[in-house]
Write a protein that binds this ligand. Structure first.
Ligand SMILES: Nc1ncnc2c1ncn2[C@@H]1O[C@H](COP(=O)(O)OP(=O)(O)O)[C@@H](O)[C@H]1O
Ligand SMILES: [Mg+2]
Length: 456
């Protein structure tokens, strides 16, 4: 159902809009979540360090010999692990400084602790930049004791980086999911337009009389208007065709009377010249009427005539009729690779076209007429009608399609066949050609399809 978006399509527009929207939304979530998390984690870190430095002071005792000791280790075991990133230090004038077991090297700057108020700063610790807290308190002997506690900045960064990485993976997943759902929504939303395209194709092929199906409220008025227009147009064409037929018919009787009179006049010696002119003109008019009647019968231009022809079946009844019309000639059908192929052309028109050409071949063939269908893989379908008759000179071929052209008047006819055939071929977008073949005349009808030939 969902097709790939092509340049200039609604699908592409929607997809771009959704992509920008999802990217903006996901980025906004990413920035705010990282910001809020960092602020919170920093705050809780600082609170924890304040508690620890207070605990440190609370556990400190001064022995009689002036040495500083802790009554018990700090509650957080990380201060015991060497170079863990968690350190403390107690210094006082004239006392040996006491440091956490984790601090196997280096020292902390006692100046961080300058007042009884807890102060903090970013200082360099034994294992890189450290967040340092400190305050001072007087020892029992009156000396100022500096309590300093520190945690590597990298510990905090590690926590924030871990969160950021997890968040990025999660949001990338969410973004992809939103895009996929967006694509599905686009497909769902535009589905009625796909149906409309299919309905239009059916209408064009003559498989439907109007745009069929139910459409959403936004498209339904357009479809209704189009259907009204299609019906109106069809009515107009049908009326025009009937009127043309009626006009041609109504002229026939007066014309027959005029011809009759002219023939009678022609027998009178004084009037023979005028009668000949009258007869000639009447014949021309008769030809025109025959031609117009034949065209009115053809269904070209009918908006909803059945517009598919099955090959080679379409030719079977025509060949049967030809065999009855020309019983002394043999008709054969060859269809190498067209079995089950369908041509999107008007069935009545295509049959008439074949009938005209087969009738001519039947009239002029010595004994054999062959109809061959060739379906090319490039969507070109050719119907070739060949006979073993006398053929035509190239000058005759040039004029053969003119109305009333006849070169062999020993056979019956009115010279309309090829003119009508060319008209029909033009209307259906096919090419009609005649040329001299090896045996007799060869007429070809070539249809070029937009798409590949359908076989089912
Ligand atoms: N298969 C054919 N072989 C030889 N001549 C042909 C053939 N088809 C048509 N012609 C020539 O072209 C002329 C015009 O043909 P057409 O327009 O069908 O008129 P009609 O069949 O009424 O004579 C014919 O009169 C005939 O001279
Ligand atoms: Mg003919």
């Amino acid at each position: 159902m969902s097709r790939l978006p092509v340049p200039g399509s609604l699908r592409l527009r929607f997809l771009l809009a959704i992509t920008v929207w999802v990217a903006l939304g996901v980025s906004a979530i990413w920035f705010s979540a990282v910001g809020i998390f960092s602020a919170h984690i920093e705050q809780s870190y600082h609170e924890e360090l304040e508690v620890h430095v207070r605990e440190l002071a609370h556990l400190t005792s001064f022995d009689d010999d002036g040495s500083i000791t802790l009554t018990r280790p700090l509650s957080d075991p990380r201060y015991e692990v060497p170079l863990s990133g968690f350190y403390w230090q107690i210094t006082a004038k004239d006392h040996e400084p006491l440091r956490s077991r984790s601090m196997t090297r280096g020292s902390l700057d006692p100046k961080v602790a300058q007042s009884p108020q807890i102060l903090h700063t970013l200082d360099s610790g034994p294992t890189g930049p450290a967040i340092t807290y400190g305050f001072t308190e007087p020892a029992p002997d009156g000396a100022e004791v500096h309590y300093v506690i520190a945690t590597d900045q990298s510990e905090l960064d590690r926590l924030i980086d871990g969160f950021t990485r997890d968040l990025t993976i999660w949001l990338a997943g969410l973004g992809s999911l939103l895009l996929a759902t967006g694509l599905a929504i686009i497909g769902f939303g535009l589905h009625p337009l796909d149906r409309l395209a299919k309905a239009t194709a059916r209408l064009r092929r003559g498989e439907a009389a109007e745009l069929e199906g139910k459409y959403p409220a936004e498209i339904a008025p357009l479809v209704n208007d189009l259907n009204a227009y299609i019906h109106q147009n069809a009515d107009m064409v049908a009326r025009a065709r009937v009127q043309a037929g009626n006009l041609a018919h109504s002229l026939r009787t007066p014309l027959a009377i005029i011809t009759d009179e002219a023939e009678r006049l022609a027998e009178e010696p004084n009037c023979s010249h005028a009668a000949t002119v009258l007869l000639e003109q009447s014949k021309a008019m008769e030809q025109q009427i025959g031609y117009q009647l034949a065209r009115a019968r053809s269904s070209s231009g009918k908006p909803y005539a059945a517009r598919t022809v099955r090959l080679p079946e379409v030719a079977v009844p025509i060949l049967r009729a030809m065999e009855r019309l020309h019983p002394d000639k043999s008709f054969s059908l060859v269809s190498a690779n067209c079995d089950q192929a369908t041509l999107p052309v008007d069935a009545v028109d295509y049959s008439e076209l074949l009938s005209i050409l087969l009738d001519n071949a039947g009239k002029w063939a010595r004994s054999k007429v062959e109809l061959t269908f060739v379906c090319g893989s490039d969507g070109v379908v050719t119907a070739r009608i060949s006979d073993d008759g006398p053929g035509m000179t190239s000058a005759e071929i040039e004029d053969a399609f003119l109305l009333g052209s006849r070169f062999d008047t020993t056979k019956p006819g009115a010279g309309l066949g090829l003119a009508i055939a060319r008209d029909i071929a033009d209307a259906m977008g096919a090419e009609l050609e005649i040329l001299n073949g090896e045996l007799g005349l060869v007429a070809t009808v070539t249809c070029r399809l937009d798409s590949e030939i359908r076989k089912d």
